[in-house]
Design a protein around this ligand. Structure first.
Ligand code: PAN
Ligand code: ZN
Length: 193
């Protein structure tokens, strides 16, 4: 049993205050995931930039508990592709998740096991229902931070391997100054994207 508690999302800054754990993902953590390999190498030669941070409250990892975390995704691109999260299925695949946009402009790409995708634009207040069995990845399509809250069953777990192997069927890229979805030429064939 844990006692009821509260944390605080600062809607001015998009940050979670009073978090327990912070996780940082840098360019090297997303090796092989961006489509444009030479743009990736060029960016990495300059700096192993932080792409996103995840701030989470700690709850027991057991059935019935709700994990929740705020992700701060920084603005930027590798080639035409926006900075993004690694993306994952849940290890317990039949677990859903709620995403709530807090700060900035972004989007979420979701994909089921057959490769069918769904893309939803996110801004402050957008509440996305990520269905059970659908992988999910967020992108920052703006010029400022993109921050969102995720709430999910604590035991759901993260399966990154399937995405590392197959990638997403669509890439979110900037074309004519706008976020655009294009087919991932490497989908299914060993990664990238
Ligand atoms: C989120 C994500 C978070 C980071 O809390 O874990 O945004 O993305 P990756 O886990 O794909 O690196 C969530 O979906 N939890 O289930
Ligand atoms: Zn998730």
């Amino acid at each position: 049993m844990i006692e009821p508690f509260a944390s605080l999302i600062n809607f001015e800054t998009g940050l979670l205050e009073r978090y327990d754990n912070k996780l940082e993902r840098k360019l090297t953590d997303l090796q092989g995931m961006f489509s444009d390999e030479s743009a990736y190498k060029e960016a990495l030669a300059k700096e192993n930039s932080v792409l996103y941070e995840v701030y989470e409250k700690e709850v027991p990892i057991e059935s019935g508990q709700l994990a929740h975390a705020v992700t701060i995704l920084h603005p930027g691109q590798i080639g035409d592709e926006y900075y993004m999260t690694k993306g994952h299925f849940h290890e317990i695949e039949d677990t859903a998740e709620l995403y709530l946009g807090i700060q900035g402009q972004g989007g979420i790409i979701m994909q089921d096991k057959s490769g069918k995708t769904s893309y939803i634009d996110m801004k402050p207040g957008t509440l996305v229902y990520v269905s059970p069995f659908w992988a999910h990845r967020t992108v920052n399509t703006g010029s400022d931070i993109f921050s969102f809250l995720a709430i999910y069953p604590a035991e759901a777990g993260h399966d990154y391997g399937t995405i590392i192997e197959k990638g997403f069927a669509k890439l979110v890229v900037e074309q004519d100054g706008k976020p655009t979805l294009i087919d991932n030429p490497n989908f299914g064939a060993g990664g990238r994207g």
